[in-house]
Design a protein around this ligand. Sequence first.
Ligand SMILES: N[C@@H](CCC(=O)N[C@@H](CS)C(=O)NCC(=O)O)C(=O)O
Length: 203
Amino acid sequence: MLKLYCAPVTISTAVVCLLNEGAEWEPIRVDVRGGEQSRPEYLRINPKGRVPVLVTPEGLLTETGAVLEYIAETALPDFMPTDAFGKARVREVMFYLASTMHVNHAHLRRASRWADDPAAQEAMSAKVPETMRASAAYLEGVVEGPFLFGDRPTIADFYLYTPVYWLEGDKVDVSDFPKLAAFKAAMEGRASVKRAWADGFYG
Ligand SMILES: N[C@@H](CCC(=O)N[C@@H](CS)C(=O)NCC(=O)O)C(=O)O
């Protein structure tokens, strides 16, 4: 059975929601707020000190996009297109989320990764509403509606839901972006996402 190292309100919740679509899995909760991810025992599991980590029969996997793709390929194929262009578009969104939007968000509470000077950290945190708004504006132009690529969600939708959920805490009003707001509502209508909320992974 798959196991997932995960924590509420982190990007690992994207994987929680996808797994809830029908995979056999169990969570291993990591106390990220308490700093468990930086302790030697956890660093032996993931030297990057981050969640998610997926435990598979073949070994450990990190990086949300890679983890989501592995789950689709091994257990939930309906969430990945089969044609080359469709797959590339899914990866295009996932790479953007990993390289840009997630990094924008991380500047709010993790500015110490990039600067030691408290004033520089404060300046980086203060910029987050602007950079997250720019990411939301970009994605507003990508979402076809209600999901990214029309009527059916892909793994990229499960990835996107969590950064869209982060917008409110990053002082971006999702209602300024009607397609993203409808996307969020459509995801929240799914039993998998409702279950993640009920299990305390959001809120
Ligand atoms: N690129 C990684 C990023 C993972 C990541 O940064 N996770 C955050 C939570 S959203 C984390 O574990 N942070 C712990 C820390 O910074 O100490 C992925 O997409 O899986």
